[in-house]
Design a protein around this ligand. Structure first.
Ligand SMILES: [Zn+2]
Length: 102
């Protein structure tokens, strides 16, 4: 994302997207970049990877390496702690929608 302030503003939305998709299936960086692009978020690997790493460090995501065509690819899955956070985020999103979308 070009504008730093915009990125900061929507970083929470991006994290929720990541937790949501990684809860459904293991996801990897490039897949997430394309998926987030579909939602209107333009992220470079240099922006996405630190977000993935911080979510992993905080134990919201779990990383598993797989070898695909001779290359190591990192797959991420939402942990139990991540699921709990996602549930809380959903309740807050619902509350926010009710507040701002009247
Ligand atoms: Zn999505």
């Amino acid at each position: 994302m070009k504008h730093d302030l915009t990125h900061e503003f929507f970083l929470g939305f991006i994290k929720i997207h990541i937790l949501h998709h990684a809860a459904e299936q293991p996801v990897y960086g490039l897949w997430l970049i394309e998926e987030l692009d579909r939602h209107g978020y333009k992220l470079s690997p240099g922006t996405l990877y630190p977000v993935l790493h911080s979510l992993e460090k905080e134990n919201y995501l779990q990383c598993q390496q797989k070898v695909i065509d001779g290359k190591i690819r990192k797959y991420y899955r939402t942990t139990a702690k991540g699921q709990q956070m996602l549930g809380e985020a959903k309740a807050r999103i619902k509350e926010l929608i009710e507040e701002v979308m009247k």
